[in-house]
Design a protein. Sequence first.
Length: 676
Amino acid sequence: MAVSTIIGIDIGGTFTDFVSYDSATGRIENWKNLTTPAEPIAGVMEGLGRMDNLGAVTKARLGTTIATNALLTRRGAKVAYVTTKGFRDVPFIQRGDRRSHYDITWIKTRPLVARADCHEVEERLTAKGEVWTPLDEGAVRELAAKIRADGSIEAVAICTLFSYIDPRHEQRIRDILAAELPGMPISISYDVLPKWKEYDRASTTIADAYLKPIVSENFRKMQARFAEVGVGDKVGVIKSNGGEATLAAAADAPVQMTLSGPTGAVVATRVMSELTGIRNLVVFDMGGTSTDCSTVVDSKEHVTTNFEIEWGIPIQIPMIDIHTIGAGGGSIAWIDKGGMLRMGPQSAGADPGPACYGRGGQDATVTDANVVLGRISPGNFLGGKMRLDADAAHAAVARVAQKLGMEVDACAHAMVQIANNNMLGALRAVLLQRGLDPRDFTLVASGGAGPVHVCDLMDIAGIPQALVPNYPGQFSAFGFIMTDARVDRHRTVQQISKFFDGDRATKAMTELVEGAIEELKSQGYTQRIELHRSIEARYMGQNHELELSFPGNDFTEATIADMWDRFHQEHQARFGFSIPGETIETVNLKVVAVAVADKPKMRELPLTQGAPRATGTRRVRYADGWHEVPVYDRETLAQNDRIAGPAVIEESASVTILQPAQTLAVDRLGNLIISA
């Protein structure tokens, strides 16, 4: 059997994680090394250097925060915005609402483009796509000359009125500017987001242009470095929807990379749901810099277009619904003006890192507190490959404790509790705030710090069960080796039930399907393609839509009648009422095309031959004080093994801290199932 290896790579804020799968042996390996913030690809190359046979690699999938960081730190390109005459202020008017209605000091969020760089051109289409005012091509050429003379513009975003119905003017403006400004990155709204709502479409298109130069340059460098080690043509990058794309395709649509890295843990959790039969899970992915939370309901991840990089700055491309907060192992302890202990969101990151890393960090962090409490063993961090400085951790926490007048271990425990409460807020945001009952869910702990805190969070969040998967410290990278290539296509096709034009809807759905399939095939994904079609509809006059699955491309009398019936039923189930006979409005058509890749096979553990044996004991501080607890090596555990708390289960990239009242069981795949 030919050797074939798939690699998942997740570039995090503190560590870069790797998971490899060998199809010949079924062996899965995982490792990590510190991220190199100044040049992330350097850390990736360092990690790949640990592989003996890079020639066997058939696919490498990469999650990256390049686009995320550029947006959050506002280090993108200088963009020129081009729109219909009279609409240059749309990015600044925004939605007309306020973050706080009664805060007179509040200042509206600044868009990603300067008003001086917003330009209007004479053109206008009607709401039916008819030409009201012809495009003034001479004015477009004059604009190109102005941009060329300015010399500072790095990308162009084009968003004209009603282009989602007919893109002819937008495409012509693009073609003229491309001819007049060779090499200039250009984004048009019809390619980025062909949907109604003028401001949302404009904001998303501007973001795409804002990212194009920086993402293209970084991906070009990555491609060259990967080529040096012989895998340049085998690299895929993970998009915000959890699907894979080529580096070239991702560079052409960089706004699709807004939430690249965190999606891996959600994809892996969905796979765990399918394998274990646990239908409802909540993702708790705690790394060194941040914590990401999401849900998998009925074995499906939730994809949303309702995302804002800052309040009032929407990016409405399809992405897995993830709530992120600045809380991780590197979160720094500090004391506010009221003398209260706080944790984060400031992070020690990878350089210098927590004090215990011994790289010059002086601030006390969550990781330092866990070392002081005995929860993390200084000699077994990363399986012993990175020894921690327990004295430096104790000294850092002691400096905070002294200011608060506390004992060092009590201060460390308080630091962990505050960090837990910060993460509890994120869990509530994806559960209670969305009408989901925590008692119906299993909490999945991932990230290097996730298993350390998962048992604490079960207790305070009211979640009765937790699951610590295999490779929790590299769970996002594990999700990447399970990922399929995916394309989402949306288009606004607004109609009402009384005068529904089935031919028009059929034509639009067919174009979306053909475009999605062509996009996958153009990137080289020629395997089996699955299609999922849906429609967003609402009662006439409502402001939010329900999504209904649709069986095919053709809107026949039978499928249309069934669509209206299912809408009433879905509305009744979702909101507790329906209005038979009321006019229904269809808004958006949606197509998801998935090129299904072969998945790694998960091996089952052998059945237990008796009670698990501890490798030793150590002192760990819990809420009620210090305990001498047994320590187990996860590698030695077998299927159906059971452990009663308090206990510690160590593995190469993490450690699970079992509370006194909790029990742990090992399932057939090696997952740790924790019950209160």
